[in-house]
Design a protein around this ligand. Sequence first.
Ligand SMILES: C=Cc1c2[nH]c(c1C)Cc1[nH]c(c(CCC(=O)O)c1C)Cc1[nH]c(c(C)c1CCC(=O)O)Cc1[nH]c(c(C)c1C=C)C2
Length: 572
Amino acid sequence: MPPRRIAVLGGGLSGLTTAYHLTRLLPTSKITLLDSASRVGGWIDSSIREIGFRDAEGVIREGTVTTESGPRSIRPKGSKGAPGMLRLLRDLDMLDSIIPVTHHHPSAKNRFLLDTSSNKLTALPSSPLSLLGPQPSLLKGLVPSALSEPFRTRRRLDPDPDPARGRGHDESVDSFFRRRFGDKIATNLASAMVHGIYATSSSQLSVRAAFPILWDAEVKYGSVLIGMLRGVKSSEEKSLEQKEWDELGELGRKRKEWSLYGLRGGLRSLTNRLLEQLIRDGKVDTRLGQSATAMEVVSPSSSSTATANADTRVVRIHTSSAETIECDHIISALPPPVLSRLLSSVNSVRSKVTSNFNANPYTSVGVVNIIYPIPPHKIHPAGFGYLIPRPSTTQLNPHGILGVIFDSTAVPFSTSSNDVEGMVTKLTVMMGGPYWSTYQPTLTRPSDDEQLTHNAITHLNGIFPHLNKVEPILKVGRIHTNCIPTYLPGHGDRLRELHHALTPAAMSPSVAGPSPYNDDAGSEWRGRLSLVGNGYGGVGVNDCVYSAEEVVKALATGQATATGLERWESWQ
Ligand SMILES: C=Cc1c2[nH]c(c1C)Cc1[nH]c(c(CCC(=O)O)c1C)Cc1[nH]c(c(C)c1CCC(=O)O)Cc1[nH]c(c(C)c1C=C)C2
């Protein structure tokens, strides 16, 4: 029987999408959504800003521009959640808001790395043809490394004593690339890619959790290159995916031409629209500015007629406004460490349920949006932006810059002929992450947003000297503390353990081997807790939408388990 009363914790994209799907698939259930913030959206943070400036001819211009300090674009392929995201946009009547960026757009073709030894941009190869000529210093050796990769020996899947290389079932991205492609590619390409997605060190991040396709390619074909050419998905997976795209009709075909897409008004237009829909439907009790402070599994309150046995126990949530909410099921979209604190707030026994939630560190990213009153072609090449590989010493990157997004050309937000988007240059500088935590010597995290902004501008002036003479019209800095989890090697093993620990006892397979934990502790949560959000199966917006939809489907169709971690059942 699906739960009657469900509480969703967290009002970011994952929590809102969960609540939305609950209203569709479990329309008679009583749904409560809690978020400590007074606004929804979580890390999605778009702003429409009014600007005024004098252009090169001295004419005063006024208008609005969209800036993003979190995610800003969506990929129409390459992740399980890609069709679900487009379905969501269609069902919310938002297809007109899509701004497609086709494969021919400069943003799709021109991506750069910054060589910190020369402060020069290096174009990443955009096609096999571009690999034929001489390669710049950062990419020297790329072609021979790639061509020799299929002949490198395959990883032995036995236990490895080096924790950085995992437990034989996993290893870090850095270790994987060193083995398969050599030191140069690992240092220059893999580290930059990891900066641009996870804002962390490639030596810490699990390759299997973050880039499963690479791992699977080696397991299946003994080579990443051959795996990429032949594809790693089973024919069953491929036909299920194709079915989802076919169901989207013309949209499912059109998206093939897109490299990525943005949304008019920024990604916040999606989270705002979700909230609007929840309010309009009136089926979700949305409590903003109110968070859960503790949770426990208890016998129903005295007003209830049920008897106090294991089957009738309920979840009691204590909230920051000193209220209590009773429900049958929790769907948590909170960061796992925050959830762990809530779970152990009443019963503080050390269990797998609580300890595995705390296994991954989180990275903090400084984000600075800057707008200059001159068009982009006067400043930078048209393209997506640049990433900075991990330098040999942090002194070569004294402000700990991870990358810069050329927002004016990455996603063309311009919506009408009389707006000012095309007359200005929007840049976003991303910094921090491992420079503030793991890279040695560690750099000091700026003490305030002003220092952060100053560092971003100093960096840009060094790369584009022309900017030294131009005063920005707008500069806004913000540190997103603990915004992206770093999935450490062994992430999948820990999620499988968590899945078992949260699965109703009758369904739970026994996990072999001695355990340092009291495996019974936390067992009251079995069958009462589902997990969604970026703490588990991917940090992208598509991943978040996917995890939300899957959990709701599992609950609504009365699946044996709905932990949200079913995928890791087969991880070994
Ligand atoms: C707040 C900063 C973020 C950084 N990474 C992410 C966020 C939200 C998450 C992310 N970024 C990318 C992916 C890949 C898959 C995808 O969904 O597209 C993920 C999961 C790629 C990416 N990297 C940058 C951009 C603009 C994108 C496109 C997706 C998006 O709009 O977020 C640039 C970038 N992101 C980060 C850094 C340090 C960086 C540097 C230029 C961290």
